[in-house]
Design a protein around this ligand. Structure first.
Ligand code: ARG
Length: 462
């Protein structure tokens, strides 16, 4: 018979039994379910709602289930629907009547809410660590390429020379925000719904602060209806993970471009690329493509849950059971993506000569040429037009700006002198951009230090 079978005369339809069950998805919360039940039982005993002896039996019984589950020795069943009823049924089978007292003053509605918060709180910390690992890999590459000149792009057209370190550090900045968003999410969701009961609280003299504290929450949730029906934290996490995946996806897109023959800025390690079954020459960036592809899947998890939640009246409705599949899928996807992506970045080989060659074409020093004239007093807009004319001339004659003779340069302005060639050197162009946050070596060194400090602080706090 079902735990809730008292009111029923007939067995559940077989199809309904399977349809209604969530154990396939929520069994991964067995630790949190047991942890929550232990805290609840201890509190019930402290408040004299159940006896000390019952509590001792419950604690021992739950502990033995935990150990057996860790060792893969328990079989959860669909007949027991979800992790909550599976654990309770196992407990009662092991310790008898004391097990039947566990659910006093509690509902599965507050139970599932507390389990999911505990579970996601742990997952968030793991993902944060994975983010730090990726930041570290990005930082290691940046450290080695502070002097490596590469074209910076806008509209995917060569724009201005930058260092490869500067480009990579932009991703470090994004990842740092991702870390912060996850921390905010973890903090906001760290309130305890346990004790909300089915929706209205309970007549037993429970102590919600005791359970909240025992489970490491900052406080109990203030409204019992909100306690059982709120899933904002799941949405927030999905939003944060979507943004994080968007960053990985943009990075992936660049890696894919960079390792194409059209760019050849990097070479992926053999261990992080794949071949073709027919074309013998192929070495494909499948890892980056899959990360880019899986981004859509995480967005789907977010949009799916948003849509599920939008029409649900207060308080608990079974629709809410759909939350877990979405968040667990996103969590698993992000974790594997971060880990494999980190390995790919760590092992990729940068080809500085090719980057430098690309930066030498496409007139990436044209802005600097205009700035040269502007610094000699020509209004910037006029200097801009003069250099535009020069670029046109270069394109016609198959030359670059620095290949023009002084005579040719002076066709557009008499102010050009010998020192223009130094001003047009890509290294000069790059290293003169010393404005705060710019691409000069001094500024990338500052950024590297900033990220190092951040990593050191976060690692120390772990
Ligand atoms: N398995 C359910 C879920 O994940 C647990 C709560 C069920 N509560 C209920 N009254 N049916 O949402």
């Amino acid at each position: 018979m079902k735990l809730w079978g008292g009111r029923f005369q007939k067995e559940t339809d077989e199809l309904v039994n399977a349809f209604n069950a969530s154990i396939q998805v929520d069994s991964r919360m067995y630790r949190e379910d047991i942890q929550g039940s232990m805290a609840h039982a201890a509190m019930l005993a402290d408040r004299g709602i159940i006896s000390r002896e019952d509590n001792e039996q419950i604690q021992a019984g739950l502990q033995s289930i935990l150990e057996d589950a860790e060792a893969g020795r328990v079989a959860f069943t669909e007949d027991n629907e979800d992790i909550h009823m599976n654990v309770e049924t196992l407990l009662t089978a092991r310790i008898g009547d004391a097990g039947k007292r566990l659910h006093t003053g509690r509902s599965r509605n507050d139970q599932v809410a507390v389990d999911l918060r505990l579970n996601l709180r742990r997952e968030i910390r793991e993902i944060q660590e994975d983010v730090l690992d990726l930041m570290e890999a990005v930082l290691d590459q940046a450290r080695q390429h502070q002097e490596t000149v590469v074209p910076g792009y806008t509209h995917l057209q060569r724009a201005q020379p930058i260092s490869f370190a500067h480009h990579l550090l932009a991703y470090a900045a994004m990842l740092r925000r991702d870390y912060g968003r996850l921390a905010d999410c973890g903090e906001r969701m760290n309130l305890c719904p346990l004790g909300s009961g089915a929706l209205a609280g309970t007549t037993y003299p429970i102590d919600r602060w005791e359970t909240a504290k025992a489970l490491g929450f900052a406080a109990p949730m203030s409204n019992s209806i909100d306690g059982v029906s709120d899933r904002d934290y799941a949405l927030e996490l999905l939003s944060d993970l979507s943004i994080l995946m968007m960053h990985l996806s943009r990075f992936s897109e660049e890696v894919i471009l960079w390792c194409s023959w059209e760019f050849k800025f990097i070479e992926l390690d053999d261990a992080f690329s794949t071949g073709s079954s027919i074309m013998p020459q192929k070495k494909n960036p499948d890892v980056a493509e899959l990360v880019r592809g899986k981004t859509g899947r995480v967005y789907g998890d977010l949009i799916g849950l948003l849509t599920t939640l939008k029409g649900i009246p207060l308080a608990y409705n079974k629709d809410l059971q759909e939350d877990k599949e979405a968040v667990f899928d996103a969590v698993d996807t992000v974790k594997v993506c971060l880990r494999v992506f980190t390995g790919m970045i760590r092992t990729m080989r940068v080809l500085p000569e090719n980057m430098r060659r690309a930066a030498g074409g496409g007139f990436t020093n044209a802005t600097d040429c205009a700035d040269y004239l502007a610094k000699k007093g020509v209004p910037f807009r006029d200097a801009y037009t003069a250099v535009g004319n020069l670029v046109y001339y270069c394109v016609e004659h198959g030359k670059t700006l620095e290949q023009l003779s002084l005579e040719e340069l002076r066709q557009v302005s008499p102010l050009f002198e010998e020192d223009v060639y130094e001003a047009l050197r890509l290294e000069t162009c790059m290293n003169q951009r010393k404005s705060y946050g710019g691409t000069a070596v001094t500024e990338t060194a500052r950024q590297i230090q900033e990220v190092e400090t951040f990593l050191r602080e976060k690692r120390a706090a772990e």
